[in-house]
Design a protein around this ligand. Structure first.
Ligand SMILES: Nc1ncnc2c1ncn2[C@@H]1O[C@H](COP(=O)(O)OP(=O)(O)OP(=O)(O)O)[C@@H](O)[C@H]1O
Ligand SMILES: [Mg+2]
Length: 514
């Protein structure tokens, strides 16, 4: 059975690939209600852990602590891989694997699917801004949870496929068009520009904000409630989570005509009080959050202007709104003010657009369907310049570099030179932006790789050997070979032309470079 699975900050959504149809999977909660998602929640109590709906059930149980966004745990990967709650330590990678096992269990036993013992092939997505480490930890967690992965896409790229299916099918295949996808979810914002021509989809550029989503809008509302209740001091972890959940539910109940939101809240063990929040005031405080997404969208349009025949907004067929926050009245309102009433289209399946797009891509009957991603981050390494006097960032693959399609060979880049060191030291970095040629923004530093250049060191354990510079370059060449595949994965080979000795490294994850 083939599924598209969108592991979101708030919701994990699955859509089935079913002979040209892509129904969203429904899940049954322990109370017997149906939902078109599985909550991305974990609750912990000492050594016990609950996932999804079962975690939601213990929201108000003081013995349990809810981890509100499983996906946001990924942001800690690479720094601190342990989550500490009330004296207990939980390995984040294990929590993620166990979450996906529980999700698979729910697909088998508490969903609208008739799965039996059939294995699941899954197409999955990650936020466009995700660094390579988070990307691979996500993949490992899916695999560890029992899924067979067939595609890994960027979230807005999957939404592009959903757009094509629902909008182009109605009007038939069309001349070349550009689409801007605006995806505001629970924890992240992504925007991307795609060129669409018949069955061909090329992602041209992507930009996002790693930590802006519905959670931040809940936070604003929770703070208003605390202010109105006259609660100044910090809440306990459990009280905070419970208030944020209440804020999320109230936020989701908003309609364009809502005037006020009523909270019945019992802060810090006090008697319950009814707190009234004026929607107008709430929206005013949310405006800067929406404005940040608009600034990114504007910067993205500016960045693609001049590329592939795009001159400005008029070349876009639509600004396509997806993600649960597309339902938040202020979002559509502000986008329409900026881009015009008719340019802005909202997905019929805002919360499921990514999962449906993934399910479409998994449909082998759409053989002529092509999706080409682009690289979402710059990738390069630091090299010595001026005979060791300075450090220079050598940009190997630039952000927005179009990637090959799935069935095309990888892109290959070579560097060949006479080395000036006994040992080659490779310090790779990826980043969201460059300033005067140096990485800035969200920078990911890769574990350093050392390779022998001096022929006497070939095949030896380099251990703590000192890296030394030679007076003159050595009298043979070494070659670096970088190969970039359709998913943006990079493999790196160093060939020592003294004897042809070659070593290959899969630049896939910080903790497990072989
Ligand atoms: N009707 C609604 N009105 C307002 N907000 C809504 C509504 N429905 C969902 N949301 C909000 O949308 C967010 C979830 O959106 P979505 O399901 O697209 O996120 P996600 O895919 O889980 O997260 P992400 O893509 O950021 O990892 C939550 O903050 C939720 O409260
Ligand atoms: Mg999402």
């Amino acid at each position: 059975m083939k599924l598209g699975i969108d592991f979101g900050t708030t919701h994990t959504v699955a859509a089935l690939t079913d002979q040209g149809n892509f129904p969203v999977v429904n899940f049954s909660s322990p109370e017997g209600d149906w939902f078109d998602y599985f909550p991305s929640l974990i609750a912990v109590n000492g050594t016990q852990v609950k996932f999804g709906f079962e975690a939601y059930q213990v929201l108000d149980n003081p013995n349990w602590t809810l981890v509100r966004s499983v996906k946001s745990l990924l942001k800690h990967i690479g720094q601190n891989e342990v989550l500490e709650i009330e004296g207990h330590r939980y390995g984040i990678k294990k929590l993620l694997i166990d979450f996906f096992s529980a999700f698979k269990e729910a697909l088998s036993n508490a969903s609208s699917l008739d799965l039996g013992t059939e294995p699941i092939s899954a197409s999955v997505a990650v936020p466009a801004n995700t660094n390579n480490t988070q990307r691979f930890v996500t993949q490992d967690a899916f695999t560890g949870g029992g899924f067979d992965l067939i595609n890994v896409l960027n979230e807005p790229s999957a939404a592009t496929m959903e757009y094509t299916r629902h909008f182009f099918r109605a009007v038939g295949l069309s001349p070349k068009r550009f689409l801007l996808v605006y995806d505001l979810g629970g924890g992240t914002f992504d925007a991307s520009v795609a060129e669409i021509h018949d069955h061909y989809h090329q992602i041209i550029a992507t930009q996002g904000i790693e930590d802006l989503g519905g959670d931040q809008f809940d936070q604003v509302l929770a703070e208003m409630v605390m202010d109105a209740a006259g609660i100044a001091g910090p809440l306990s972890y459990a009280e905070r989570v419970s208030l944020l959940e209440m804020a999320r539910e109230k936020k989701e109940s908003l309609t364009p005509h809502s005037k006020s939101l009523l909270f019945e809240w019992a802060p810090k063990g006090q008697a319950p009080q009814v707190i009234r929040i004026e929607v107008k005031d709430y929206l005013t405080l949310c405006e800067p959050l929406v404005d940040r997404t608009l600034a990114v969208t504007e910067a993205l349009i500016e960045r693609v202007s001049g590329k592939r025949g795009i001159e400005g907004l008029e070349d876009f067929t639509a600004v396509y709104l997806v993600g649960g926050m597309a339902n938040f009245p202020l979002v559509a309102r502000k986008l329409k003010q900026l881009y015009g009433q008719h340019k802005v289209k909202k997905s019929h399946h805002a919360k499921s657009s990514v999962a449906i797009g993934l399910a479409i891509l998994g449909d082998s009957s759409f053989e002529d369907l092509v999706l080409k991603e682009s690289l979402t981050r710059h990738f390069g390494l630091w090299r010595e310049g001026d005979k060791g006097e300075s450090l220079v960032f050598d940009l190997l693959f630039e952000k927005d570099q179009p990637l090959p399609a799935k069935n095309e060979p990888p892109l290959v880049l070579r560097r060949r030179y006479r080395p000036s060191h006994n040992i080659g030291v490779f310090r790779f970095q990826e980043c969201g932006a460059l300033e005067e040629g140096r990485p800035t923004g969200l920078v990911t530093v890769w574990r350093q790789i050392n390779c022998p250049f001096d022929p006497q060191l070939l095949g030896q354990d380099l251990g703590d050997l000192e890296v030394t510079r030679t007076q003159e370059p050595l009298d043979f060449e070494v070659e670096e070979l970088y190969s970039l595949n359709h998913q943006g994965e990079i493999s790196f080979t160093v060939i020592n032309h003294w004897n042809g000795h070659a070593q290959t490294f899969q630049l896939s994850r910080m903790s497990a470079i072989q």
